[in-house]
Design a protein around this ligand. Sequence first.
Ligand SMILES: NC(=O)c1ccc[n+]([C@@H]2O[C@H](COP(=O)([O-])OP(=O)(O)OC[C@H]3O[C@@H](n4cnc5c(N)ncnc54)[C@H](OP(=O)(O)O)[C@@H]3O)[C@@H](O)[C@H]2O)c1
Length: 351
Amino acid sequence: MRGNVTVYGAYGHTGRFVVAELKRRGWTPVLSGRDPDKLNSLGVQLPDLDVRVAALEDSAALDRALSGSVAVINCAGPFAETVPAVVEAALRSKIHYLDIAAEIEANLDTLANYGNSARDAGIVILPAMAFFGGLGDLLATAAIGDWPNVDEISIAYGLASWHPTAGTRAAGKVSRERRGGRRIAFANGRLEHRDGPAPVGEWTFPQPLGRQRVVTEFTMADAVTIPHHIPVAEFRSYMTVAAVSDVIDPSVPPPIAADDSGRSSQTFIVDVVARLGSAVRRAVAGGRDIYAVSAPIVVEALGRLLNDTAAAPGVYTAGEIFDARGFLEALSPQPLSIELFLEGQKFDLAS
Ligand SMILES: NC(=O)c1ccc[n+]([C@@H]2O[C@H](COP(=O)([O-])OP(=O)(O)OC[C@H]3O[C@@H](n4cnc5c(N)ncnc54)[C@H](OP(=O)(O)O)[C@@H]3O)[C@@H](O)[C@H]2O)c1
């Protein structure tokens, strides 16, 4: 066994995938969250694991939930609500904190607010360590390689469909309220608010998706994580129109398990293109189920944080703290297929 890891929000849709992945990789998850009934019913399914109920307002209970663990993975969102209490508990317990937040404002707050306290406590704080925010950052960092700066990064999400969980819908609502109903786009080297609907265009993904209609300025957590450590003048993100139509339609149900692991049949391609002058570098990831795949991403980060990374305490993004190519290679060919092209030449991640 590799030690205890507290999962806050363990009974949520993504929290369950994280618990399963921790077990698969030899960690002992400690099941935590605010609802005793939901937590206990997960505990009945996993009788060998500790169940520790903790509401955000109860710092003593949070401390008990983190006691004896080497890290806490926060899977409870909206993260605008959960980050302060769970990060403060990690700081008191002096254990690493990782989350899967895909909320631009919450991600910005985490990166801005906790650097000094993380250094004082001797811990690493890693926000957005999941499909949105983490994967795009790793792909962009892997593609860019030795370039000192970049003129332009585009990240196109080719989701065949998007059945959002209750947590995704709640997080979207909180973010929309925080920005007064406006959209966010990255321009002139910073995040800016935009009024009116996002424009629609086209993006040519690698096969099998090919040419797709996409919503442009579909700004996700990558617009925080990538520019946080990569000097980039222009950053654009795109999402397939089909997925955006799903996620804004309140009648679209949550994901449905299509196999014994609980993964849905949703497929995705994440296509990252970086340009410096006339040189173009591209990293492409393909896989299944954006919620399920977040579990191996955050658990890989945990393992690297505890075993391989010599990073000083502080707050980081995935691409900033990890060897991005090595990280992606570890997740390839399953659960992600990864391809890297440098100036048109296919690059072997293992080289
Ligand atoms: N970055 C990414 O790519 C990525 C990937 C997956 C998920 N996420 C995000 O992760 C979050 C969870 O997603 P999910 O799919 O697991 O949703 P979910 O199934 O609805 O789970 C949400 C979890 O958060 C807990 N929670 C919400 N508010 C809380 C609060 N104030 N105090 C304590 N616990 C609270 C819920 O507990 P209750 O049931 O008691 O409310 C539940 O355990 C969402 O914000 C989602 O957007 C991001």
